[in-house]
Design a protein around this ligand. Structure first.
Ligand SMILES: [Mn+2]
Length: 517
Protein backbone atom coordinates (compact mmCIF):
# COMPACT_ATOMS: atom_id res chain seq x y z
CA UNK A 1 0.00 0.00 0.00
CA UNK A 2 3.01 2.33 0.39
CA UNK A 3 3.31 2.93 -3.35
CA UNK A 4 -0.15 4.53 -3.49
CA UNK A 5 -0.13 7.85 -5.34
CA UNK A 6 -1.74 10.97 -3.89
CA UNK A 7 -4.49 10.68 -6.49
CA UNK A 8 -5.23 7.07 -5.53
CA UNK A 9 -5.40 8.13 -1.88
CA UNK A 10 -7.77 10.95 -2.74
CA UNK A 11 -10.06 8.65 -4.71
CA UNK A 12 -10.02 6.06 -1.95
CA UNK A 13 -10.80 8.66 0.72
CA UNK A 14 -13.73 9.73 -1.40
CA UNK A 15 -15.08 6.22 -1.99
CA UNK A 16 -14.18 4.53 1.28
CA UNK A 17 -13.87 6.73 4.36
CA UNK A 18 -13.07 3.68 6.49
CA UNK A 19 -9.29 3.32 6.10
CA UNK A 20 -9.31 -0.15 7.66
CA UNK A 21 -10.91 -1.33 4.40
CA UNK A 22 -8.27 0.22 2.15
CA UNK A 23 -6.23 -2.95 2.14
CA UNK A 24 -9.24 -4.74 0.67
CA UNK A 25 -9.82 -2.20 -2.10
CA UNK A 26 -6.17 -2.14 -3.16
CA UNK A 27 -5.50 -5.86 -3.40
CA UNK A 28 -6.58 -8.59 -5.78
CA UNK A 29 -8.96 -10.95 -4.12
CA UNK A 30 -8.76 -14.72 -4.47
CA UNK A 31 -12.10 -16.47 -4.95
CA UNK A 32 -13.95 -17.19 -1.71
CA UNK A 33 -14.10 -20.83 -0.72
CA UNK A 34 -16.74 -23.00 -2.31
CA UNK A 35 -20.23 -22.59 -0.87
CA UNK A 36 -21.28 -25.16 1.69
CA UNK A 37 -24.87 -23.97 1.78
CA UNK A 38 -27.73 -26.43 2.03
CA UNK A 39 -29.09 -25.42 -1.37
CA UNK A 40 -25.77 -26.29 -2.99
CA UNK A 41 -25.67 -29.65 -1.20
CA UNK A 42 -29.11 -30.44 -2.58
CA UNK A 43 -28.07 -29.28 -6.03
CA UNK A 44 -25.02 -31.55 -5.95
CA UNK A 45 -27.08 -34.56 -4.87
CA UNK A 46 -29.70 -34.07 -7.55
CA UNK A 47 -27.04 -33.77 -10.28
CA UNK A 48 -25.33 -36.94 -9.04
CA UNK A 49 -28.70 -38.68 -9.28
CA UNK A 50 -29.17 -37.37 -12.84
CA UNK A 51 -25.75 -38.70 -13.79
CA UNK A 52 -26.36 -42.16 -12.37
CA UNK A 53 -29.81 -42.38 -13.99
CA UNK A 54 -28.54 -41.07 -17.36
CA UNK A 55 -31.21 -38.37 -17.32
CA UNK A 56 -31.69 -35.79 -20.03
CA UNK A 57 -31.24 -32.30 -18.59
CA UNK A 58 -32.30 -29.01 -20.15
CA UNK A 59 -30.90 -25.64 -19.16
CA UNK A 60 -33.37 -22.76 -19.57
CA UNK A 61 -31.62 -19.41 -19.87
CA UNK A 62 -32.16 -15.74 -20.53
CA UNK A 63 -31.33 -13.62 -23.57
CA UNK A 64 -28.98 -11.04 -22.09
CA UNK A 65 -25.23 -11.31 -21.59
CA UNK A 66 -25.69 -12.68 -18.06
CA UNK A 67 -28.25 -15.27 -19.18
CA UNK A 68 -26.16 -16.38 -22.16
CA UNK A 69 -23.05 -16.74 -19.98
CA UNK A 70 -24.99 -18.59 -17.27
CA UNK A 71 -26.41 -21.01 -19.85
CA UNK A 72 -22.96 -21.69 -21.30
CA UNK A 73 -21.44 -22.26 -17.87
CA UNK A 74 -24.16 -24.68 -16.76
CA UNK A 75 -24.26 -26.66 -20.04
CA UNK A 76 -20.48 -26.86 -20.34
CA UNK A 77 -20.08 -28.04 -16.75
CA UNK A 78 -22.86 -30.63 -16.87
CA UNK A 79 -21.59 -32.05 -20.16
CA UNK A 80 -18.19 -32.52 -18.54
CA UNK A 81 -19.94 -34.87 -16.14
CA UNK A 82 -21.17 -36.88 -19.11
CA UNK A 83 -24.76 -35.70 -18.85
CA UNK A 84 -26.87 -35.30 -21.96
CA UNK A 85 -27.61 -31.64 -21.66
CA UNK A 86 -29.65 -29.39 -23.95
CA UNK A 87 -30.42 -25.72 -23.58
CA UNK A 88 -32.98 -23.16 -24.61
CA UNK A 89 -33.14 -19.38 -24.44
CA UNK A 90 -36.49 -17.85 -25.40
CA UNK A 91 -37.07 -15.30 -28.17
CA UNK A 92 -37.25 -11.91 -26.48
CA UNK A 93 -39.92 -10.56 -28.83
CA UNK A 94 -42.02 -13.65 -29.55
CA UNK A 95 -41.81 -15.40 -26.18
CA UNK A 96 -40.56 -12.83 -23.70
CA UNK A 97 -38.67 -13.19 -20.46
CA UNK A 98 -38.57 -16.30 -18.28
CA UNK A 99 -39.33 -20.01 -18.46
CA UNK A 100 -42.58 -20.49 -20.39
CA UNK A 101 -45.18 -23.24 -20.37
CA UNK A 102 -44.44 -23.87 -24.05
CA UNK A 103 -40.79 -24.58 -23.25
CA UNK A 104 -41.78 -26.94 -20.43
CA UNK A 105 -44.22 -28.80 -22.69
CA UNK A 106 -41.65 -29.19 -25.46
CA UNK A 107 -38.94 -30.31 -23.05
CA UNK A 108 -41.32 -32.91 -21.64
CA UNK A 109 -42.15 -34.20 -25.12
CA UNK A 110 -38.47 -34.52 -25.90
CA UNK A 111 -37.90 -36.68 -22.85
CA UNK A 112 -36.14 -34.25 -20.55
CA UNK A 113 -36.71 -35.13 -16.92
CA UNK A 114 -34.86 -32.27 -15.26
CA UNK A 115 -35.06 -28.54 -16.02
CA UNK A 116 -32.42 -26.18 -14.65
CA UNK A 117 -33.17 -22.50 -15.01
CA UNK A 118 -30.30 -19.99 -14.96
CA UNK A 119 -30.60 -16.22 -14.46
CA UNK A 120 -34.41 -16.61 -14.43
CA UNK A 121 -37.12 -18.93 -13.16
CA UNK A 122 -37.96 -17.37 -9.80
CA UNK A 123 -41.01 -15.61 -11.22
CA UNK A 124 -42.10 -18.33 -13.68
CA UNK A 125 -44.98 -19.49 -11.50
CA UNK A 126 -47.16 -21.01 -14.22
CA UNK A 127 -44.36 -22.82 -16.02
CA UNK A 128 -43.10 -24.26 -12.72
CA UNK A 129 -46.60 -25.50 -11.85
CA UNK A 130 -46.89 -27.16 -15.25
CA UNK A 131 -43.51 -28.90 -14.86
CA UNK A 132 -44.65 -30.29 -11.54
CA UNK A 133 -47.90 -31.48 -13.08
CA UNK A 134 -45.96 -33.25 -15.82
CA UNK A 135 -43.75 -34.93 -13.24
CA UNK A 136 -40.58 -33.09 -14.20
CA UNK A 137 -38.06 -31.89 -11.63
CA UNK A 138 -36.95 -28.28 -11.70
CA UNK A 139 -33.89 -26.64 -10.18
CA UNK A 140 -34.21 -22.87 -10.22
CA UNK A 141 -30.88 -21.02 -10.12
CA UNK A 142 -31.48 -17.29 -10.19
CA UNK A 143 -30.39 -14.02 -8.59
CA UNK A 144 -33.52 -11.94 -9.07
CA UNK A 145 -35.45 -10.86 -6.00
CA UNK A 146 -37.22 -13.77 -4.38
CA UNK A 147 -40.28 -12.47 -2.60
CA UNK A 148 -42.30 -15.63 -2.31
CA UNK A 149 -41.72 -19.34 -2.10
CA UNK A 150 -40.70 -20.83 -5.43
CA UNK A 151 -42.69 -23.88 -6.50
CA UNK A 152 -39.87 -26.20 -7.55
CA UNK A 153 -37.58 -28.94 -6.22
CA UNK A 154 -34.45 -26.93 -5.46
CA UNK A 155 -33.74 -23.20 -5.44
CA UNK A 156 -30.15 -22.02 -5.65
CA UNK A 157 -30.07 -18.31 -4.85
CA UNK A 158 -27.47 -15.85 -3.48
CA UNK A 159 -29.63 -15.15 -0.40
CA UNK A 160 -29.51 -18.86 0.49
CA UNK A 161 -25.71 -18.92 0.33
CA UNK A 162 -22.87 -17.50 2.48
CA UNK A 163 -22.86 -13.70 2.63
CA UNK A 164 -19.88 -13.23 0.29
CA UNK A 165 -22.11 -14.54 -2.52
CA UNK A 166 -24.95 -12.08 -2.08
CA UNK A 167 -23.81 -9.88 -4.99
CA UNK A 168 -23.69 -12.69 -7.56
CA UNK A 169 -25.30 -12.38 -10.98
CA UNK A 170 -26.99 -15.33 -12.72
CA UNK A 171 -23.77 -16.55 -14.30
CA UNK A 172 -22.02 -16.12 -10.94
CA UNK A 173 -24.56 -18.45 -9.35
CA UNK A 174 -24.10 -20.95 -12.20
CA UNK A 175 -20.34 -20.77 -11.75
CA UNK A 176 -20.63 -21.51 -8.02
CA UNK A 177 -22.73 -24.54 -8.94
CA UNK A 178 -19.89 -25.74 -11.18
CA UNK A 179 -17.38 -25.25 -8.39
CA UNK A 180 -19.53 -27.37 -6.10
CA UNK A 181 -19.56 -30.09 -8.78
CA UNK A 182 -15.81 -29.76 -9.35
CA UNK A 183 -16.18 -28.92 -13.05
CA UNK A 184 -15.20 -25.26 -12.90
CA UNK A 185 -12.33 -24.00 -15.03
CA UNK A 186 -10.62 -20.78 -16.07
CA UNK A 187 -12.80 -20.33 -19.15
CA UNK A 188 -16.04 -20.58 -17.20
CA UNK A 189 -14.61 -18.19 -14.62
CA UNK A 190 -13.99 -15.62 -17.37
CA UNK A 191 -17.59 -15.95 -18.52
CA UNK A 192 -18.80 -15.43 -14.95
CA UNK A 193 -16.64 -12.31 -14.69
CA UNK A 194 -17.88 -10.99 -18.02
CA UNK A 195 -21.49 -11.48 -16.90
CA UNK A 196 -20.84 -9.80 -13.53
CA UNK A 197 -19.67 -6.72 -15.41
CA UNK A 198 -22.61 -6.78 -17.83
CA UNK A 199 -25.27 -7.24 -15.17
CA UNK A 200 -23.88 -4.24 -13.21
CA UNK A 201 -23.56 -6.18 -9.98
CA UNK A 202 -22.16 -4.56 -6.83
CA UNK A 203 -18.40 -5.05 -7.04
CA UNK A 204 -17.96 -6.55 -3.59
CA UNK A 205 -17.59 -10.06 -2.22
CA UNK A 206 -17.32 -12.89 -4.71
CA UNK A 207 -18.38 -10.62 -7.58
CA UNK A 208 -15.28 -8.44 -7.13
CA UNK A 209 -13.11 -11.55 -6.94
CA UNK A 210 -14.72 -13.02 -10.06
CA UNK A 211 -14.19 -9.83 -12.08
CA UNK A 212 -10.58 -9.41 -10.96
CA UNK A 213 -9.64 -13.00 -11.68
CA UNK A 214 -11.53 -13.06 -14.96
CA UNK A 215 -9.80 -9.91 -16.22
CA UNK A 216 -6.40 -11.21 -15.18
CA UNK A 217 -7.01 -14.48 -17.05
CA UNK A 218 -8.37 -12.67 -20.11
CA UNK A 219 -5.26 -10.53 -20.39
CA UNK A 220 -2.94 -13.47 -19.75
CA UNK A 221 -4.49 -15.90 -22.20
CA UNK A 222 -6.26 -13.66 -24.74
CA UNK A 223 -9.13 -16.09 -24.66
CA UNK A 224 -10.50 -16.36 -28.21
CA UNK A 225 -14.23 -16.06 -27.57
CA UNK A 226 -13.75 -12.86 -25.60
CA UNK A 227 -11.05 -11.29 -27.76
CA UNK A 228 -12.87 -11.98 -31.03
CA UNK A 229 -15.39 -9.43 -29.78
CA UNK A 230 -13.02 -6.95 -28.11
CA UNK A 231 -11.14 -4.22 -29.97
CA UNK A 232 -8.40 -3.60 -27.40
CA UNK A 233 -5.65 -6.14 -26.78
CA UNK A 234 -5.67 -5.37 -23.08
CA UNK A 235 -8.99 -5.16 -21.30
CA UNK A 236 -10.46 -3.94 -18.04
CA UNK A 237 -14.05 -3.79 -16.78
CA UNK A 238 -14.71 -0.60 -18.76
CA UNK A 239 -13.52 -1.91 -22.11
CA UNK A 240 -15.34 -5.22 -21.59
CA UNK A 241 -18.46 -3.21 -20.75
CA UNK A 242 -18.18 -1.04 -23.86
CA UNK A 243 -16.74 -3.42 -26.44
CA UNK A 244 -17.93 -6.94 -25.64
CA UNK A 245 -21.15 -6.72 -23.61
CA UNK A 246 -23.20 -4.62 -26.10
CA UNK A 247 -22.45 -7.10 -28.88
CA UNK A 248 -23.75 -10.01 -26.83
CA UNK A 249 -26.83 -8.12 -25.70
CA UNK A 250 -27.58 -7.05 -29.28
CA UNK A 251 -28.46 -10.61 -30.33
CA UNK A 252 -31.25 -10.97 -27.79
CA UNK A 253 -32.57 -7.50 -28.59
CA UNK A 254 -32.84 -8.22 -32.32
CA UNK A 255 -34.48 -11.60 -31.96
CA UNK A 256 -36.32 -11.00 -35.23
CA UNK A 257 -32.93 -11.15 -36.99
CA UNK A 258 -30.86 -13.60 -34.98
CA UNK A 259 -31.21 -16.57 -32.66
CA UNK A 260 -29.66 -15.93 -29.27
CA UNK A 261 -29.13 -19.68 -28.78
CA UNK A 262 -26.36 -19.39 -31.37
CA UNK A 263 -24.41 -17.21 -28.96
CA UNK A 264 -24.37 -20.11 -26.50
CA UNK A 265 -23.11 -22.27 -29.40
CA UNK A 266 -20.45 -19.62 -30.00
CA UNK A 267 -19.26 -19.82 -26.40
CA UNK A 268 -19.37 -23.64 -26.44
CA UNK A 269 -17.51 -23.87 -29.78
CA UNK A 270 -13.93 -25.03 -29.58
CA UNK A 271 -12.69 -24.91 -33.16
CA UNK A 272 -11.26 -21.66 -34.50
CA UNK A 273 -13.43 -21.61 -37.59
CA UNK A 274 -16.73 -21.69 -35.71
CA UNK A 275 -15.49 -19.12 -33.24
CA UNK A 276 -14.42 -16.85 -36.09
CA UNK A 277 -17.61 -17.22 -38.15
CA UNK A 278 -20.03 -16.91 -35.26
CA UNK A 279 -18.00 -14.03 -33.80
CA UNK A 280 -18.31 -12.13 -37.05
CA UNK A 281 -22.05 -12.73 -37.17
CA UNK A 282 -22.41 -11.40 -33.63
CA UNK A 283 -20.46 -8.28 -34.57
CA UNK A 284 -22.61 -7.78 -37.69
CA UNK A 285 -25.86 -7.96 -35.74
CA UNK A 286 -24.44 -5.42 -33.32
CA UNK A 287 -23.68 -3.09 -36.22
CA UNK A 288 -27.33 -3.28 -37.24
CA UNK A 289 -28.32 -2.65 -33.63
CA UNK A 290 -26.14 0.46 -33.57
CA UNK A 291 -27.67 1.82 -36.77
CA UNK A 292 -31.16 1.14 -35.45
CA UNK A 293 -30.51 2.82 -32.12
CA UNK A 294 -28.91 5.86 -33.78
CA UNK A 295 -31.95 6.24 -36.05
CA UNK A 296 -34.39 5.77 -33.20
CA UNK A 297 -32.51 8.24 -31.07
CA UNK A 298 -32.66 10.88 -33.78
CA UNK A 299 -36.40 10.34 -34.16
CA UNK A 300 -36.89 10.43 -30.40
CA UNK A 301 -34.89 13.64 -30.02
CA UNK A 302 -36.99 15.34 -32.66
CA UNK A 303 -40.06 14.52 -30.59
CA UNK A 304 -38.61 16.05 -27.40
CA UNK A 305 -39.39 19.68 -26.86
CA UNK A 306 -37.03 19.89 -23.93
CA UNK A 307 -39.33 21.70 -21.52
CA UNK A 308 -41.39 18.64 -20.55
CA UNK A 309 -41.01 17.25 -17.03
CA UNK A 310 -41.28 13.74 -18.38
CA UNK A 311 -40.84 12.40 -21.89
CA UNK A 312 -43.23 9.91 -23.43
CA UNK A 313 -42.14 9.04 -26.94
CA UNK A 314 -43.66 6.65 -29.45
CA UNK A 315 -43.03 6.11 -33.13
CA UNK A 316 -44.13 3.51 -35.66
CA UNK A 317 -40.48 2.86 -36.56
CA UNK A 318 -39.38 1.92 -33.04
CA UNK A 319 -38.00 -1.58 -32.43
CA UNK A 320 -39.04 -3.03 -29.09
CA UNK A 321 -35.62 -4.54 -28.42
CA UNK A 322 -33.97 -1.11 -28.52
CA UNK A 323 -36.43 1.13 -26.62
CA UNK A 324 -34.56 0.69 -23.33
CA UNK A 325 -31.34 2.01 -24.87
CA UNK A 326 -33.10 5.05 -26.30
CA UNK A 327 -34.96 5.80 -23.05
CA UNK A 328 -31.64 5.58 -21.23
CA UNK A 329 -29.85 8.02 -23.49
CA UNK A 330 -32.70 10.58 -23.55
CA UNK A 331 -32.92 10.35 -19.75
CA UNK A 332 -29.17 10.89 -19.45
CA UNK A 333 -28.99 13.86 -21.78
CA UNK A 334 -31.93 15.77 -20.23
CA UNK A 335 -31.66 14.34 -16.72
CA UNK A 336 -35.40 13.76 -16.77
CA UNK A 337 -37.53 10.60 -16.72
CA UNK A 338 -38.26 9.14 -20.13
CA UNK A 339 -40.65 6.50 -21.46
CA UNK A 340 -40.17 5.06 -24.94
CA UNK A 341 -42.85 2.87 -26.51
CA UNK A 342 -42.93 0.49 -29.46
CA UNK A 343 -46.15 -0.72 -31.00
CA UNK A 344 -46.87 -4.27 -32.14
CA UNK A 345 -50.04 -6.17 -33.07
CA UNK A 346 -50.89 -6.98 -29.46
CA UNK A 347 -50.21 -3.57 -27.98
CA UNK A 348 -47.36 -1.42 -26.74
CA UNK A 349 -44.06 -2.45 -25.18
CA UNK A 350 -42.50 0.31 -23.14
CA UNK A 351 -39.26 1.08 -21.36
CA UNK A 352 -38.78 3.76 -18.74
CA UNK A 353 -35.53 5.22 -17.39
CA UNK A 354 -35.26 7.86 -14.70
CA UNK A 355 -32.60 10.00 -13.05
CA UNK A 356 -31.16 9.17 -9.64
CA UNK A 357 -33.75 10.05 -7.00
CA UNK A 358 -36.79 9.33 -9.20
CA UNK A 359 -38.37 5.94 -8.54
CA UNK A 360 -40.04 4.44 -11.63
CA UNK A 361 -41.86 1.77 -9.65
CA UNK A 362 -43.39 4.33 -7.27
CA UNK A 363 -44.25 6.57 -10.13
CA UNK A 364 -45.94 3.95 -12.32
CA UNK A 365 -47.20 1.66 -9.59
CA UNK A 366 -50.61 3.32 -9.33
CA UNK A 367 -51.56 2.69 -12.94
CA UNK A 368 -54.10 -0.15 -12.85
CA UNK A 369 -54.12 -1.41 -16.45
CA UNK A 370 -50.65 -2.76 -17.25
CA UNK A 371 -50.59 -6.08 -19.07
CA UNK A 372 -47.09 -6.77 -17.72
CA UNK A 373 -45.06 -4.56 -15.42
CA UNK A 374 -41.69 -4.93 -13.73
CA UNK A 375 -38.45 -3.17 -12.91
CA UNK A 376 -36.59 -1.39 -10.16
CA UNK A 377 -35.62 2.14 -9.01
CA UNK A 378 -34.38 3.77 -12.18
CA UNK A 379 -35.62 1.38 -14.84
CA UNK A 380 -38.95 -0.24 -15.64
CA UNK A 381 -40.52 -2.19 -18.46
CA UNK A 382 -44.19 -2.70 -19.11
CA UNK A 383 -46.78 -3.41 -21.77
CA UNK A 384 -50.13 -1.85 -22.57
CA UNK A 385 -53.17 -2.88 -24.57
CA UNK A 386 -53.55 -1.19 -27.95
CA UNK A 387 -56.46 1.03 -26.89
CA UNK A 388 -54.80 2.22 -23.69
CA UNK A 389 -52.31 4.68 -25.09
CA UNK A 390 -54.31 7.86 -24.49
CA UNK A 391 -55.42 6.79 -21.05
CA UNK A 392 -51.86 6.02 -20.05
CA UNK A 393 -50.55 9.28 -21.45
CA UNK A 394 -53.15 11.17 -19.42
CA UNK A 395 -52.11 9.26 -16.31
CA UNK A 396 -48.43 10.13 -16.87
CA UNK A 397 -49.06 13.84 -17.24
CA UNK A 398 -51.32 14.00 -14.19
CA UNK A 399 -48.99 11.86 -12.11
CA UNK A 400 -45.89 13.92 -12.89
CA UNK A 401 -47.59 17.02 -11.51
CA UNK A 402 -48.12 15.43 -8.10
CA UNK A 403 -44.95 13.35 -8.01
CA UNK A 404 -42.13 15.14 -6.25
CA UNK A 405 -38.52 14.08 -6.34
CA UNK A 406 -35.21 15.76 -5.92
CA UNK A 407 -32.55 15.13 -8.50
CA UNK A 408 -29.48 14.15 -6.58
CA UNK A 409 -26.68 16.61 -7.10
CA UNK A 410 -23.66 14.86 -8.49
CA UNK A 411 -21.21 14.15 -5.70
CA UNK A 412 -17.92 15.22 -7.18
CA UNK A 413 -14.30 14.93 -6.17
CA UNK A 414 -12.57 18.27 -6.61
CA UNK A 415 -9.12 17.90 -8.09
CA UNK A 416 -6.43 20.08 -9.52
CA UNK A 417 -5.83 19.46 -13.22
CA UNK A 418 -2.10 19.27 -12.51
CA UNK A 419 -2.81 16.04 -10.64
CA UNK A 420 -4.00 14.32 -13.78
CA UNK A 421 -1.11 12.71 -15.61
CA UNK A 422 -0.77 9.44 -17.45
CA UNK A 423 1.13 8.06 -14.47
CA UNK A 424 -1.36 9.12 -11.81
CA UNK A 425 -4.37 7.98 -13.84
CA UNK A 426 -2.76 4.60 -14.44
CA UNK A 427 -2.00 4.34 -10.74
CA UNK A 428 -5.77 4.17 -10.13
CA UNK A 429 -5.79 0.75 -11.79
CA UNK A 430 -4.99 -0.91 -8.46
CA UNK A 431 -8.51 0.03 -7.36
CA UNK A 432 -10.19 -1.80 -10.24
CA UNK A 433 -12.78 -2.99 -10.88
CA UNK A 434 -14.93 0.06 -10.40
CA UNK A 435 -18.65 -0.48 -10.63
CA UNK A 436 -21.86 -0.27 -8.62
CA UNK A 437 -20.95 0.10 -4.94
CA UNK A 438 -17.52 1.47 -5.88
CA UNK A 439 -18.17 3.94 -8.65
CA UNK A 440 -15.33 5.78 -10.33
CA UNK A 441 -15.83 9.36 -9.06
CA UNK A 442 -16.79 12.34 -11.15
CA UNK A 443 -13.86 14.73 -11.02
CA UNK A 444 -14.46 18.45 -10.75
CA UNK A 445 -11.89 20.97 -11.94
CA UNK A 446 -12.81 24.25 -10.29
CA UNK A 447 -11.96 27.50 -12.10
CA UNK A 448 -10.07 25.78 -14.89
CA UNK A 449 -7.25 27.89 -16.29
CA UNK A 450 -8.26 27.83 -19.94
CA UNK A 451 -5.42 28.58 -22.30
CA UNK A 452 -7.23 28.03 -25.58
CA UNK A 453 -10.29 26.46 -27.09
CA UNK A 454 -11.06 24.88 -30.40
CA UNK A 455 -14.49 24.08 -31.87
CA UNK A 456 -14.79 21.31 -34.40
CA UNK A 457 -17.37 19.46 -36.50
CA UNK A 458 -19.34 22.62 -37.05
CA UNK A 459 -19.00 23.60 -33.37
CA UNK A 460 -20.72 20.43 -32.28
CA UNK A 461 -17.73 19.55 -30.09
CA UNK A 462 -15.17 21.68 -28.30
CA UNK A 463 -11.69 21.12 -26.97
CA UNK A 464 -10.44 23.26 -24.10
CA UNK A 465 -6.70 23.25 -23.45
CA UNK A 466 -5.72 24.21 -19.92
CA UNK A 467 -2.52 25.95 -18.77
CA UNK A 468 -1.28 22.61 -17.47
CA UNK A 469 -1.60 21.18 -20.98
CA UNK A 470 -4.58 18.99 -20.05
CA UNK A 471 -7.10 18.69 -22.87
CA UNK A 472 -10.75 18.78 -21.84
CA UNK A 473 -13.21 17.50 -24.41
CA UNK A 474 -16.80 18.69 -24.51
CA UNK A 475 -18.76 16.52 -26.93
CA UNK A 476 -22.20 17.56 -28.18
CA UNK A 477 -22.20 21.00 -26.61
CA UNK A 478 -25.55 22.76 -26.79
CA UNK A 479 -26.14 25.91 -28.80
CA UNK A 480 -26.62 27.85 -25.55
CA UNK A 481 -23.36 26.55 -24.17
CA UNK A 482 -21.54 27.37 -27.39
CA UNK A 483 -22.64 31.00 -27.10
CA UNK A 484 -21.81 31.44 -23.42
CA UNK A 485 -18.72 33.32 -22.38
CA UNK A 486 -15.80 31.19 -21.27
CA UNK A 487 -15.29 33.62 -18.40
CA UNK A 488 -18.56 32.48 -16.86
CA UNK A 489 -17.29 28.92 -16.38
CA UNK A 490 -17.05 27.91 -12.74
CA UNK A 491 -16.02 24.30 -13.17
CA UNK A 492 -15.79 21.23 -15.37
CA UNK A 493 -17.27 17.97 -14.12
CA UNK A 494 -16.23 14.82 -15.90
CA UNK A 495 -14.06 11.76 -16.14
CA UNK A 496 -10.60 10.96 -17.35
CA UNK A 497 -9.71 8.81 -20.30
CA UNK A 498 -6.46 7.49 -21.64
CA UNK A 499 -6.39 7.65 -25.43
CA UNK A 500 -3.93 6.31 -27.94
CA UNK A 501 -2.96 9.05 -30.34
CA UNK A 502 -0.40 8.37 -33.05
CA UNK A 503 1.00 5.56 -30.97
CA UNK A 504 1.28 7.73 -27.87
CA UNK A 505 -0.90 7.49 -24.80
CA UNK A 506 -2.56 10.72 -23.79
CA UNK A 507 -4.80 11.81 -20.93
CA UNK A 508 -8.09 13.44 -21.84
CA UNK A 509 -10.63 14.93 -19.51
CA UNK A 510 -14.11 14.26 -20.85
CA UNK A 511 -16.55 16.91 -19.65
CA UNK A 512 -20.00 15.67 -18.62
CA UNK A 513 -21.20 18.98 -17.29
CA UNK A 514 -20.06 22.60 -17.27
CA UNK A 515 -21.03 24.54 -14.16
CA UNK A 516 -21.41 28.29 -14.64
CA UNK A 517 -20.74 30.83 -11.92
MN1 LIG B 1 -28.97 -11.47 -14.56
Amino acid sequence: MEQMTELTKKVLEFLEPDTSKWEYWTTSQPLNSISESACMERFKKRIAQAVSNCEKVIVAGDYDCDGISATTIMVSGLRQLGLECGFYIPDRIKEGYGLSEATVTLAHKKGYSLIITVDNGIKSTQALALAKELGMDVIVTDHHTMDEEVNCDIVVHPTLMESCFETLCGAGVAYECMRVLGVDNDYLLQLAGLASISDMMIVKGQTRALIQNALRLMNQTHEKHIFSLATDREVNETSIGFQVVPKLNAIGRLSNLANVNNVVRYFLAQDDESIFTLGQQITQINTIRKQLSDQMQKTALMKCKGNEDIFMIEDASFHEGIIGLVAGSICASFNKPCIVLAKNEQGYKASMRSPEGFNCMDFLGEYPHFVTFGGHGNAAGFSLNLNEYDLFEKFIHTRIKEYTYSVKKKNTLVIDDEELSLKTIQSLDILRPFGPGFVFPSFEIVQPKIKSLYDFQNHKHRKYTLDSGLQCMRFNQSEAEYKKSVNAIYSFIGTVQINQYQGRKQVNFVIDEIVYA
